[in-house]
Design a protein around this ligand. Structure first.
Ligand SMILES: Nc1ncnc2c1ncn2[C@@H]1O[C@H](COP(=O)(O)OP(=O)(O)OP(=O)(O)O)[C@@H](O)[C@H]1O
Ligand SMILES: [Mg+2]
Length: 227
């Protein structure tokens, strides 16, 4: 299967993608990552540490993703692709959405990040980019999509408020409604420095183990068969 990690702009996407790869591997899944962001920070992370749990295929930032990269994947594994800013690179995001089985949208519960998701100054909303992908997909439907809130303060009400806004289509109820995961990635200094570092601490692991558990319970991930 192919999981796409998307975001409108900088939101913590690479941190979440990398730490999700570690958590998937801890849960017993065979994983391969793809770096479809021109910054190539996921590929650099893998090159820098000895404990990265899987191969990261670099230079996957191509509008021909469906015809080239996807065709060569082992579809029995969990393939996880980190994409760049959807608002600047819709062509690459379109190509990933054409073939993704699950989309995880990372959003931070803050006004500027929420605005960039639902009302970008320029460019197409991510909701519309996802919806229009149905025209290119074999199923004729957009891929199942969940929102992962990250950089969530434990002492603030904002994560709960933004989860409500996203689920209910904004204040007016007229905007797209999102399926928001109950797992929330905390705002922690340890996580702010995770990219390019080994995954050693409980703080690097626990929120992403919870994410894998929730995705599995919801039927988005296969159960790992124990021999
Ligand atoms: N859970 C977290 N807690 C605190 N800070 C975080 C967390 N996750 C990410 N950050 C910080 O947010 C910033 C963006 O993180 P990251 O590079 O993962 O985002 P991105 O969406 O991949 O960005 P880019 O646009 O460069 O691709 C970084 O400064 C990182 O330290
Ligand atoms: Mg990134």
């Amino acid at each position: 299967m192919l999981i796409a990690s998307l975001k409108p702009r900088t939101m913590g996407g690479t941190t979440n993608t990398g730490l999700l790869a570690y958590a998937l591997a801890r849960a017993g899944h065979e994983v391969t990552c793809y770096d479809a962001d021109e910054s190539q920070q996921l590929a650099a992370w893998q090159a820098k540490v000895s404990d990265f749990p899987c191969q990261v295929v670099a230079d996957a930032d191509t509008p021909a993703f469906a015809e080239t990269i996807y065709r060569k994947m082992d579809h029995n594994r969990i393939n996880l692709v980190d994409t760049g800013h959807a608002e600047n690179h819709p062509d690459i995001v379109d190509a990933v959405l054409e073939v993704a089985d699950l989309v995880i949208v990372t959003v931070s519960p803050a006004s500027s990040d929420y605005e960039r998701l639902v009302k970008p100054e320029r460019g197409t909303t991510l909701a519309k980019i996802i919806r229009r992908s149905s025209a290119l997909r074999d199923s004729g439907q957009p891929p199942p999509t969940v929102v992962l809130l990250n950089r969530c303060s434990k002492t603030s009400d904002e994560p709960k408020r933004y989860a409500g806004l996203l689920r209910n289509g904004g204040e007016s109820g007229d905007e797209p409604q999102w399926d928001v995961l109950s797992t929330r990635i905390p705002l922690w200094v340890k996580l702010s420095n995770a990219v390019g570092k080994p995954c050693v601490s409980r703080q690097h692991k626990a929120p992403f183990d919870e994410l894998v558990t929730e995705l599995t319970k919801r039927g988005h991930l296969p159960e790992v068969s124990t021999p």
